[in-house]
Design a protein. Structure first.
Lengths: 345, 345
DNA sequence: TGCCAAAATGACAACGCTGTCAAATTGCTT
DNA sequence: AAGCAATTTGACAGCGTTGTCATTTTGGCA
């Protein structure tokens, strides 16, 4: 019933250890031997026992995905991306949702890592951006890959364990798009302050305005969070009657925020995009489930997370050095839909 | 650095095996001994090595969560519920998204189970409803708990490994709510045919109509899927000019569908709830992010899934029989929001 | 052909825990 | 106080793999 490494060894006419070498892709196995073993593996449909590998080896065959994010779409994409690589590599995925500001977070975190003796961690924002966590992991000597908001330049200088999403470029592009549609009073409902993406998107927005000679006005900024509700609140505040600016466009911190802003605009009987253009970020399903559909910046989270997992695995044993996986920058690309239009005077 | 069961044993002045008994809550340990051991465990902050336990024991310390569901909110809730129990029990959670109709699904499925030697499985719809899968698991002697759409009566007759959600009752209640608001031509955009929830919700709807002496009309049914897009399509079809019925209310198969229907109504310049009432199911965040917010039936998926995990663990070793966990029926409760209103003639 | 370093393979002891079964201890009962 | 069953504890052998180190085989070169 249960096929062990010994059965394979016997059938292939080699020692247990040689089979181990083959399945772990270690060097120093003759081609002929390799084939024999693989043949036997297939014949017996051998599945290495994860528990035994974990116990005997120096690190386990599992990685962790750590997140503190209320956005279900985001989390699922992350999971699926990482999971697909895990399957290919024969690793397990341990998901670890947590609350980054809870008192015993660090403690739970460590417990989890130690218990599972994880081979590595994929960290998503905002945890990937907390220096305390990074320091802790470094100290413990734990492999990890960070998903971060950042630009190409940063990537070059960074340690080789980061995956960047260039939110700056995305914001720049979207802002420019709005400017080219004739918008001048472009408001921005920002996401959580502690997310680096918020600062990056704001910077992109500002630089685009500057590049086109449009003066900045901080009263056009609303400091909120990455939530639908915040989008509603932000838009209401910005569009309130008393506001002296003639806002003709709103950037939402992400699609949820943008959807919220759109919602608020509708409550105020404002036509989209006739009277007001709205744009989001991320191209989550949200952006396709509003009416009109949102202009946004496409960000393939499943691919990004898969890449992160790939990078993490490249730091693990059993991987040739010629798999030269390095830090990488993903740049979201703008998707123009129906929520943005030419400004009408 | 690494604390093993031997360290604890030494400190507590007992044998390794006794420590094992304590941490596994096995009977036959004197109170005094138990306390000594627990004291040592705390003192050393001992974390049992999962891999070793898995290897030595008869089953592993991990359970699987199997799903084939595009609804991110649903999946996340399920995960979190199961995960919270896993943490309490010291188990790991292996998530297993899959495509129920893919050719090699069963194969992958088995591979996963065997590799991880899972202690059990939590199955969500629609997989939990596929007899072929149930048979396979029974044959392999694998523990599992099913999440199903069903009613109290069914629960009594069922094997003791099912958690039911009474979609029938929910649909009945919502339909009655609409009837009481004066609606007579109530349309229904149904979800995927292969989901039992679809049949259950339809039955509840039908029985409510019957109970109130309202004739049924199959032209008021739209057979779709559990997606936003389907809701859009369905509502468009139902509300098309050519339709002779004066539909005043639409039931969405779930909140996504309802949101889609709402979207479609908006495109057709139909006022909600003035001209048309719309209701969903599940009370997902969706239902709070439309305008107006959706009337729906609250279904606490995280609690439901936690209960499922609890039931599964009760079938696992190390659990007293007096933890009398049995099949359970959850009945969603209606949440009236702004998308349903009195019919205006 | 013979020699030697390099490459390939194997023997065997961990890894940290649980299951089995035997031994020691307890607490009744007489 | 002795005897006995029930309870509690412990010794020890795996579980299926990998890491270490010893051994064998290979292939190149004199």
């Amino acid at each position: 019933m249960k096929v062990t490494i010994n059965d394979v060894a016997k059938l292939a006419g080699v020692s247990m250890k040689t089979v181990s070498r083959v399945i772990n892709k270690e060097p120093s196995v003759r081609k002929k031997t390799y084939d024999q073993v693989m043949q036997a593996v297939k014949e017996l449909n051998y599945q290495p026992n994860i528990a035994a590998r974990n116990l005997a080896g120096t690190s386990s065959f599992a990685i962790g995905l750590v997140y503190d994010n209320p956005n279900a779409y985001y989390v699922i994409d992350m999971q699926n991306g990482v999971l697909s690589r895990c399957r290919d590599e024969g690793y397990e995925l341990v998901i670890h949702p947590c609350e980054s500001n809870s008192a015993n977070m660090a403690e739970e975190f460590i417990t989890m890592i130690k218990r599972s003796r994880l081979a590595g961690l994929v960290l998503t924002p905002p945890l990937s951006e907390q220096q305390a966590i990074i320091d802790m992991l470094d100290e413990l000597g734990i492999h990890y890959v960070r998903l971060l908001s950042g630009r190409a330049q940063e990537a070059k200088n960074s340690a080789n364990n980061c995956i960047f999403v260039d939110d700056y470029a995305a914001a720049y592009e979207i802002t420019e798009h709005l400017i080219q549609l004739g918008h001048k009073n472009i408001a921005f409902v920002l996401g959580d302050e502690e997310h680096k993406s918020t600062a990056e998107r704001l910077a992109g927005y500002r630089d685009a305005l500057k590049a086109h000679g449009i003066a900045q006005d901080d009263s056009l900024l609303y400091h909120g969070t990455y939530s639908f509700e915040s989008g509603v609140k932000g838009a209401k505040a910005l569009l309130a009657d008393g506001n002296p600016n003639q806002i003709t466009a709103i950037l939402g911190g992400n699609d949820e925020v943008a959807a919220g802003a759109l919602f608020a605009a509708r409550l105020m009987n404002i036509e989209i995009p006739g009277q007001l253009s709205i744009s989001g970020f991320e191209d989550s399903p949200f952006s396709r489930q509003t009416w009109p559909k949102l202009t946004t910046a496409h960000q393939a989270n499943n691919i990004i997370s898969e890449h992160a997992a790939r990078l993490l695995f490249s730091k693990t044993r059993g991987h040739r050095k010629n798999d030269k996986e390095v830090s990488h920058v993903f740049t979201p690309s703008m998707v123009v839909r129906e929520s943005t239009g030419r400004v009408t005077q």
